[in-house]
Ligand binder design. Structure first.
Ligand SMILES: [Zn+2]
Length: 292
């Protein structure tokens, strides 16, 4: 059974807010949006790594500070979107700034286990990449890493956030994997890949499987720092096991200062239902039958 997504509400709310404001094209500028709501928005000095942004409240006055240490406009937009999440999501303001005045420090986009942080991240993704604008863009963006890069340019979002949103919104069977060294940070399968018939249930691993382009790439940490890139072909089995051999594309990119590796598995030609039946019939014809 599919597990309900506990944070889906957050991106839906973000999309609802944009629709209510009549926003009809990408990119969304979260700084301009916040300022239009009388929220002060300021850049923060680069000294405090790890903190992506801050929300400051004094009674009914609000300010957002965003970190600039990654020197990445996409990450800054995501950070501002995250603070807007705390502003708009029900219950957040009281939880993150109890008592009506004070400051909340955020760690946006770091896969936080904290419920409010995770929910604000989802709000931000939905706000910067609302499905009603983002999905049509995925249809013409091409495939693999190139598609994600095109979408990130269009939305002014980080490759990391864009890749995750792409896996959530595309019709294509794709997997997006974020890894550090030999460890998989997280792995997102698109709906088409999750629902695929004819392949075994994909087993997600905690370690980057040996023999993959990503495994070789991560052996040299300079690849991440230099934002090196490789595009290779491999097999879905290499990543997820299973009985069926399916050739796929594996694009790998070092995320530079972010210190992580982005892998996109794409061009996955899933067997269609008809091929499945043919194969089943073939297997049956091979199976000897004995009369009792
Ligand atoms: Zn936060």
């Amino acid at each position: 059974m599919m597990q309900a997504d506990p944070f889906a509400f957050a991106s839906l709310l973000a999309e609802q807010i944009l629709k209510g404001e009549g926003v009809g094209k990408l990119p969304i500028d979260p700084k301009a949006f916040a300022r239009a709501k009388d929220i002060e928005v300021v850049a923060k000095p680069t000294s405090s790594a790890g903190v992506s942004g801050m929300l400051v409240r004094s009674g009914n006055e609000f300010a957002i500070a965003y970190a600039t240490h990654l020197e990445n406009e996409g990450f800054e937009n995501f950070s501002v979107g995250h603070e807007l999440g705390h502003f708009f999501l029900p219950g957040h303001m009281d939880a993150v700034i109890p008592g009506g005045s004070g400051m909340h420090e955020s760690r946006a986009g770091f896969n936080s286990k904290d419920r409010y942080e995770a929910e604000a991240d989802r709000f931000s993704a939905g706000f910067l990449m609302p499905r009603f604008l983002f999905f049509p863009a995925t249809e013409t963006a091409g495939s693999g890493l190139a598609a994600i890069e095109a979408l990130a340019t269009l939305c002014k979002t980080s490759l990391h956030a864009t890749a995750i949103r792409y896996a959530q919104c595309t019709r294509e069977p794709v997997a997006v994997i974020i890894s550090v060294g030999s460890r998989i940070d997280h792995c997102f399968l698109s709906e088409a890949l999750k629902q695929a018939s004819g392949i075994d249930r994909l087993r997600k691993h905690e370690a980057v499987p040996r023999g993959t382009a990503t495994h070789a790439f991560n052996q040299d940490s300079n690849n991440v720092k230099k934002a090196a890139r490789v595009e290779e072909s491999c097999n879905l089995q290499d990543w997820f096991g299973g009985k069926r051999s399916l050739p796929i594309g594996e694009d790998v990119l070092g995320l530079g200062r972010y210190g992580k590796t982005l892998t996109v598995l794409h061009s996955i030609k899933l067997p269609d239902a008809e091929e499945e039946e043919d194969e089943a019939a073939l297997i049956e014809s091979w199976t000897p039958r004995f009369k009792r």
